[in-house]
Design a protein around this ligand. Structure first.
Ligand SMILES: Cc1ncc(COP(=O)(O)O)c(C=O)c1O
Length: 393
């Protein structure tokens, strides 16, 4: 079956964060929203139909999570990631960000140090600081347009107070799919220093053609024993509004501690539609996902071609995964404040401002390209016209 990703769907007036909160976020309603990480593509029919079928029953009381949900997760991970997980390793979370917060609460104490690799998805920062733990950054190295991990810096930052490293694999916003060797080295350091490895793998299905995701916990049993992996079908199939994610925790002791925290704050029940949607996504989503990523790759190429041709001062960091494009705007020569102002006021684009991801994000903007190509093209024209007007002056 052919899926149509060119369809433009009006999301305005649906309480969409991306569309209906532009005034609040950017101080302008006229920006084209290309920021928060959900997609402007329709959630696939096989998911909507599964939810409709359940809705027709007409009664939505407290509900048990069916075995078929766990089985779908096990099968999906085996087949997509070659990762053989067991049903009992799977725990619930009402989202990956809530999970990060719960994990910090469950496994660290105030004053403990937690390492994150910047620039990185900004809720990693608040998950640490909200609970009065100490945030330690291990900035990625940026060289010749691409990012890699800095192991010398990382080794130097680990001390007796370091309890946890939060990995982002694939990495948001740089789009890295971390190679097995880098993951193994991170794992070794965590094992050596008795640190818990929390791996946010929410973008793992969204690998671009030619790339392959490795779950860090799949590398060895030893590593699986200290790793908690956070996953969800939400990014992949556009289900973020269902607030459903899962954690894979092979170590029974760690799982018990996490599940207790989940119970203590009474957020473990989930919602009927989150489970139904995840199961339908994983049972029927392969073909749709293949077509989605081909389309996203086409969009990434469009950004690269248009910018190279018309705005060569802005460089694209080639993503290996995600539908997020990290744009190096440093050659425009604007201060962080001026760049932010220029993108909103002159280009009339609603992007994520680089410094949100840590100060290494200065000079960068993050563009979400999970939209119909015509919309993306319109956004690139806005950027191109703004640059030529502004720099002609
Ligand atoms: C790396 C990463 N983790 C987590 C999330 C959000 O997860 P959730 O909506 O399940 O809290 C995002 C959303 O953009 C993300 O990019």
């Amino acid at each position: 079956m052919h899926y149509n990703f060119d369809e433009v769907i009006n999301r305005q007036g649906t309480n969409s964060i991306k569309y209906d909160f532009c005034e609040k976020i950017f101080g302008s309603e006229s920006v084209l929203p290309m920021w928060v990480a959900d997609m402007d593509f329709r959630t696939p029919d096989f998911i909507i139909q599964a939810m409709e079928k359940r809705l027709q029953h007409g009664l939505l009381g407290y509900t048990h999570v069916p075995d078929s949900y766990y089985e779908a997760i096990v099968r999906w991970n085996l087949h997509r990631n070659n990762w053989n997980i067991k049903r009992e390793w799977i725990s619930f979370s009402p989202g990956v960000v809530p999970a990060l917060n719960l994990l910090i609460m469950a496994f660290t104490r105030p004053g403990d140090e937690v390492i994150v690799q910047t620039p990185v998805y900004f809720p990693f920062f608040s998950a640490v600081t909200n609970h009065h733990r100490k945030l330690v950054t291990n900035p990625l190295k940026y060289s010749q347009g691409s990012y890699s991990m800095d192991f010398d810096d990382l080794t130097g930052k680990i001390n007796e107070h370091t309890r946890m490293l939060i990995l982002c694999n694939p990495h948001n916003p740089t789009g890295n799919v971390w190679p097995r060797e880098a993951l193994a080295r991170i794992g070794e350091l965590c094992l050596q220093h008795n640190m818990l490895l929390v791996s946010d793998e929410i973008h793992s299905d969204l690998v671009l053609p030619a790339y392959h995701h490795t779950p860090v916990a799949s590398i060895s049993d030893e590593l699986a024993g200290i790793t908690i992996t956070c996953m969800s079908a939400s990014k992949t199939f556009n289900l973020a509004g269902l607030s459903t994610a899962y954690l894979v925790i092979p170590n029974a002791r760690l799982r018990q501690i996490y599940d207790k925290m989940l119970d203590d704050v009474h957020v473990g029940a989930g919602n009927i539609f989150g489970f139904i949607a995840t199961e339908a996504a994983y049972n029927h989503g392969d073909d749709w996902l293949g077509q989605l990523m081909t389309y996203v790759a086409g969009n990434v190429n469009l950004v690269k071609e248009e910018l190279a041709a018309h705005v060569p001062q802005i460089k694209v960091v080639q993503p290996e995964a995600t539908y997020l494009v990290w744009l190096d705007c440093s050659e425009l020569g604007l201060s962080p404040e001026a760049l932010r102002h220029f993108i909103i006021r002159n280009a009339r684009l609603g992007l994520n401002d680089g410094p949100m991801f840590g100060h290494e994000g200065k000079g960068f903007q993050r563009m979400n390209v999970a939209c119909p190509r015509a919309v993306l093209h319109g956004g690139l024209i806005r950027l191109q016209e703004a640059v030529s007007k502004y720099f002609e002056k």
